[in-house]
Design a protein around this ligand. Structure first.
Ligand code: YSA
Length: 328
């Protein structure tokens, strides 16, 4: 070391200490300057022995000070690294960040929305925590009605006179909408529903439904048939789907049907229920059933997606299985 340039040495040592990223880097700096055999400062101190008294007086204290300054700087940096943990080296190539994407059900909901908006339907929303009145009573299913057993219910706490539950279907949205709007209109409402029931390949406790409602003058089941077949044609684009309507019963429609779909060689799968809105339901929202009629339907979104993409088990949607999620 040229002891005539101690300021340059100090600056260089400080730079190296400051840019040290971990304790191994710091140890290398310590050895370079303070190492017992080859350390630059150590060697310079050893050189003092061969110097005159005047030179010793001139350089000795300064070198001692430099040694102690470097020691302090190293221990300060050591603490800093310890507190921060590993210091980020911005020159290293970054870790590959995996970008997430919308889940299959959300993607399907978006597609369903677009198709129905294209047929002039409005998209509306409703609450998942629902009042008994909207989930059942106003849909022509009073407390003692045996049809309540069709929907195994997660009941929530009663507040005052109001009984709350996790909605078992999206049909309460029909009532909420009709209470606030005058016909004619056509709406859909996709959303999450809950049922307290045993699960299997086609049943989950937590799934999604697509509600639809069209009210106007002279609306008939033929209108429903056209709308739903047109929806299937667009949703299952390019695939041959067969649709069948079976007579069925829901207290809020008369007549009622169930709709099954079959793709190519697959089995028939029940997609949902539908029918002409029951006069009692229309009267409950103060519509005159002699003037206004309409159809309503409720489809399982998971079921639609199962048919479209050949998903064999509805429980896969909620499994969190990354292999399944990344496929779509
Ligand atoms: C009927 C007539 C209307 O005018 C309007 C709507 C409806 C449908 C009615 N609200 C309802 O919920 N009927 S349903 O109990 O038969 O369910 C409709 C569809 O939801 C089923 O056909 C099925 O596709 C799906 N579904 C029902 N339970 C399910 C399920 N999907 C997954 N897991 C479950 N546990």
């Amino acid at each position: 070391m040229n002891i005539m340039e101690p300021e340059g040495i100090k600056k260089q040592a400080y730079d190296e200490i400051e840019t040290a990223l971990n304790s191994a880097d710091l140890e290398a700096v310590r050895l370079k300057y303070l190492g017992r055999k080859q350390g630059k400062i150590t060697l310079a101190l050893k050189e003092l022995a061969g110097m005159s008294v005047d030179e010793k007086r001139k350089n000795g204290p300064f070198l001692q000070q430099l040694k102690s300054d470097i020691e302090s700087a190293i221990s300060f940096r050591e603490k800093e690294i310890g507190e921060k943990g590993a210091v980020i080296d911005v020159t290293l190539p970054p870790k590959k960040i995996e970008v997430g994407h919308l889940g299959l059900i959300t993607q399907a909901e978006d597609e369903i929305r677009r198709i129905f908006e294209g047929m002039n339907f409005s998209v509306i929303d409703g609450p998942e925590i629902e009042e008994e009145k909207y989930n059942f009573d106003s849909l022509n299913i009073p407390a003692d009605h045996p049809a309540r057993e069709m929907w195994d219910t997660f009941w929530l706490k009663t507040e005052g006179k109001k009984k709350y539950l996790l909605r078992t279907h999206t049909s309460p949205v029909q009532i909420r909408y009709m209470e606030r709007h005058e016909p004619p209109f056509q709406i859909i409402s996709p959303g999450r529903v809950f049922r307290y029931e045993a699960t299997d390949a086609t049943h989950e406790t937590n799934f999604h439904q697509l509600e639809g409602l069209m009210i106007g003058k002279d609306i008939s089941l033929a209108n429903f048939k056209f709308v739903i077949e047109e929806f299937f044609r667009r949703f299952f684009a390019g695939k041959t789907v067969k649709v069948r309507f079976r007579s069925s019963y829901f207290p809020f429609v008369e007549p009622g049907v169930e709709v099954d779909v079959k793709l190519d060689n697959a089995k028939w799968l029940e997609m949902g229920g539908a029918g002409m809105v029951h006069p009692n339901v229309l009267e409950a929202v103060k519509y005159d059933p002699r003037e206004w009629q309409g159809f309503a339907f409720g489809f399982g979104i998971e079921r639609l997606v199962m048919v479209k993409y050949g998903v064999p088990d509805t429980r896969m949607f909620m499994s969190g299985d990354l292999k399944f999620i990344k496929k779509f």
